[in-house]
Design a binder for this molecule. Structure first.
Ligand code: F3S
Length: 409
């Protein structure tokens, strides 16, 4: 990889051992993936924040670093709400270590906003280059916003934050953003059914780039759930939806094997005539997706806000509660800044007995470990709760979750 004079001097240690180490990480990545150069990024989002996963070794590594982030940088969810950890059931020893870890990041000029939906803080623009870590955020930035980021590991996102650059490879390059597999869904979907679709299709797509032909037009929140589950069940970092996502127009006809005429001759492959789609195709079993999205359960925790809830999702939960109090422990996870911007909505949720949690989530916090059966409205949580929290998980729509929380009131 070509380095500028300044980059080379950092690599040789002229700006201290931390930046030297960070440059070594980026150069190693660039060499592996045959990047030609480093490119500037607009922002970074860094994973490796929960003390549950980082432990003492991770804490010491971060605490030893020196430097200041060159671009706006935030963190992934941590192991607890920084203010309400006791209420969550997080013990004081864990809380102390978690706080030390967050302060160590803060010392590096990284904003201790711990969220997997950093696009609600500042929405990246189409074409922006980013270095984000959290898989659902990566999928959203690439797919829904048309920004460009690889799925960074914690160290490479941190290195990108401290240097303001990332190697130019993978999804930063237009040719690598074309779809590789067509996924057809024959019936309209809504709400949690999009998470179920991502859960079902992700395993088949793997690390491919699906393009969906849908019978319904998903909202941005539904796309968020689709991408989060695709990234969790597979390793998808970018997807397209015909007539919905911003990058469908990059599809180059010479790379696509199915032409318009062939598609038009297949009645139920209804796609706009200007598109060419990959020949590899998956037809989704809609009945299986729908039954996955409407599971019945007797949960001891109802956990919403995976990925962190948007303002629209918080409003919807308040509407579904209709002023009732929950009878089953109910968490809603969201970003602290978003909650602080909308105190009335947060107050309405809390009046109903809902625990609104900032900085954390049901998957990365050790506090979720005391529950046996979780009900979630997220295909991503459905995937991770059993392995990360040791609890059974049932997927349902937000409405079904709220009805279970209120137990028929
Ligand atoms: Fe976010 Fe936690 Fe879900 S990090 S995407 S709320 S598993």
């Amino acid at each position: 990889m070509h380095l500028s004079k300044e980059e080379e001097s950092i690599y040789n240690g002229a700006q201290g051992p931390t930046l030297q180490k960070m440059m070594e990480i980026l150069v190693a990545l660039g060499d592996i993936y045959e990047a030609k150069q480093l490119i500037p990024i607009r922002s970074a989002q860094i994973a490796g924040v929960s003390y549950k996963t980082m432990g003492d070794a991770g804490l010491e590594w971060i605490a030893d670093l020196q430097g200041t982030a060159k671009v706006p940088a935030v963190l992934n969810p941590a192991g607890m709400d920084r203010e309400a950890f006791a209420d969550m059931g997080v013990d004081a020893a864990f809380a102390r270590k978690q706080e030390q870890l967050l302060r160590a990041y803060e010392r590096l000029g990284i904003k201790p906003e711990c969220t997997c939906t950093p696009y609600y803080l500042e929405r990246p623009r189409f074409g922006d280059h980013l270095a984000w870590s959290e898989s659902s955020a990566v999928c959203y930035a690439n797919s829904v916003l048309g920004a460009r980021t690889n799925r960074e590991g914690g160290p490479s996102a941190l290195a990108a934050a401290l240097l303001g650059k990332t190697p130019d490879y993978g999804l930063h390059i237009t040719e690598n953003r074309y779809p590789t597999v067509t996924v057809k869904v024959k019936e309209p979907l809504r709400g949690a059914e999009y998470g179920a679709l991502g859960f079902a299709a992700g395993a088949q797509v793997g690390d491919g780039i699906p393009i969906f032909s849908l019978k319904s037009r998903p909202s941005e929140d539904e796309l968020k759930h689709l991408g989060a589950a695709l990234a969790a069940a597979g390793a998808v970092a970018l997807f397209h939806v015909l007539d919905v996502t911003p990058e469908q127009y990059i599809l180059p006809p010479e790379r696509m094997e199915i032409g318009r005429q062939e598609l038009e001759s297949e009645d139920d492959w209804q796609v706009p005539t200007r598109f060419f789609l990959p020949r590899d195709r998956i037809e989704v079993d809609v009945d299986a997706v729908k039954s996955l999205a409407h599971q019945r359960a007797e949960p001891d925790l109802i956990a919403l806000g995976c990925p962190h809830a948007s303002k629209e999702e918080l409003d919807e939960i308040v509407r579904l509660l209709r002023g009732r109090r929950v009878r089953v422990e109910t968490w809603v996870c969201t970003g602290r800044s978003l909650g602080q911007r909308h105190p009335d909505v947060i107050a309405a949720l809390r009046r109903s007995g809902v625990k609104v949690l900032y900085d954390t989530c049901m998957v990365v916090s050790p506090a979720a470990g005391r529950f046996k059966r979780m009900m979630v409205d997220s295909g991503k949580a459905l995937k991770y709760v059993p392995s990360m929290c040791g609890a059974d998980a049932a997927l349902a729509t937000t409405e079904e979750c709220i009805e279970a929380a209120c137990r028929g009131d």
